[in-house]
Design a binder for this molecule. Structure first.
Ligand SMILES: [Zn+2]
Length: 403
């Protein structure tokens, strides 16, 4: 039993024994000094989002106010009333009306938990409720406004109208999916969300992030992107197109699209802001200023997330031919190249001489052996992220014999 639970129990005992009604500070009854102090404290709590999220801090605040009153003037009844206010309110209500299984509510925000392919268990709902409890009103309000009108409980995997556009392997292991756009307006979750409670908190925060982005830029999101955000790492909002650099990301997954990047960074800002700041100060600033409007997460809402990906530069794994003539086509295979529709650039060099090239994908570039003399001509690929190691190649015919 923690301190808070103990105080709750004491309060319950006191109420029972002395017939004290639950605290009502809006009853219009004459207010004692203690009650007045409490009303002020409660008003402060309501006006301070960081405190409003955090039961322990809320209690601390009350205790501080409380300390101004002399201990002797504080009757047991009043103490009981204090404790009743200090105890965290349960924001989750079980409904069980048709498909409406639970409702999460706080400060006028309402999130229905609705059965769809699967059913909400008490534990599922509790974990999602605990996750929402740790997020600030402002973030949840933006997510609801952006399109999170309900959270569906699906089965093994959450389903979205765009599923047919995705490879099955991409959907594997998925815990949640957000479809904020009308007419859908939902977040759906599946079994994988509930692997453990920490995972549920992280993924829930991520899915809300998708809805918050939709709140900012709506249907422009998948086309031109989100002003001030997309341009940091992408040249366009169109998913997967326009990567500017392979670096500056908080996770490998966030390299997928600027939307996954947004949702990941929103979650990291709240759960592990230091890592977001070290991965990309511009993304940190956007989350702080535009999304969270200066709010900083309390220590209790934070979780350690995996380390940022190490910096990457292009890697050449192999060439289509180990040797060839001048002007012959040689395919370069590797990783971290810039694709044909990406931002950034590729340069292919043979023994230091720039070759004509054509990017085919982020792992394949076609190149044409430049007109250099025969012999060893190691190949490198350079992008805005750096220069690859050399890979051996031999030019078999000097260019002057060719003509
Ligand atoms: Zn996502």
């Amino acid at each position: 039993m923690n301190g808070l639970q103990m105080m709750e129990r004491v309060a319950r005992g006191l109420r029972g024994a002395r017939g004290v009604a639950p605290c009502r500070y809006d009853s219009g009854e004459p207010r004692s000094r203690a009650t007045r102090a409490m009303v002020v404290a409660v008003a402060l709590v309501a006006a301070t989002p960081a405190f409003a999220e955090e039961p322990k801090l809320r209690l601390d605040l009350l205790t501080k106010r409380d300390a101004k009153l002399s201990a002797s003037s504080l009757s047991r009844e009043k103490l009981a009333a204090f404790v009743a206010v200090a105890a965290p309110k349960d924001n989750l209500t079980k409904v069980g009306d048709g498909t409406l299984a639970f409702v999460w509510e706080r400060n006028g925000l309402r999130v229905p938990l609705v059965d769809r392919i699967g059913r909400w268990s008490d534990q599922d709902a509790r974990w999602v409720s605990n996750a929402l409890d740790q997020l600030p009103d402002l973030y949840i309000r933006k997510a609801i406004r952006g399109g999170m009108k309900r959270i569906y409980r699906d089965g093994a995997l959450p389903t979205a109208p765009t599923d047919h556009l995705e490879k099955a392997s991409d959907r594997e292991g998925r815990g949640g999916v957000a479809v904020p756009a009308g007419p859908w307006n939902f977040v759906a979750v599946g079994d994988n969300l509930f692997a453990n409670e920490a995972h549920c908190y992280k993924v829930t925060t991520h899915e809300l992030g998708h809805c918050v982005q939709w709140d900012i830029s709506g249907w422009a999101t998948p086309l031109t992107g989100t002003n001030g955000w997309t341009g940091i790492s992408w040249t366009t909002g169109i998913p997967t197109i326009g990567l500017r650099s392979w670096n500056g990301f908080v996770s490998n997954y966030s390299r997928k699209t600027h939307m996954e990047d947004f949702a990941e960074c929103a979650a990291w800002y709240w759960l592990d802001p230091d890592k977001l700041l070290s991965a990309n100060p511009a993304k940190f600033a956007f989350m702080r200023d535009r999304v969270f409007e200066g709010l900083v997460s309390p220590a209790s809402a934070r979780r350690d997330r995996p380390e940022n990906p190490a910096p990457v530069k292009p890697v050449v794994e192999r060439l289509g031919d180990a040797k060839d003539d001048n002007y012959a086509l040689v395919k370069v295979y590797g990783n971290y190249f810039m694709g044909p529709l990406d931002g950034g650039f590729n340069t292919v060099r043979y023994r230091g001489t720039t070759a004509l090239h054509l990017p085919i994908s982020r792992t394949t570039i076609w190149s044409w052996v430049p007109g250099i003399s025969k012999g060893s001509a190691p190949v490198t690929v350079t992008t805005q992220d750096g220069k690859s190691e050399q890979i051996g190649f031999t030019v078999t015919k000097p260019w002057w014999k060719f003509w």
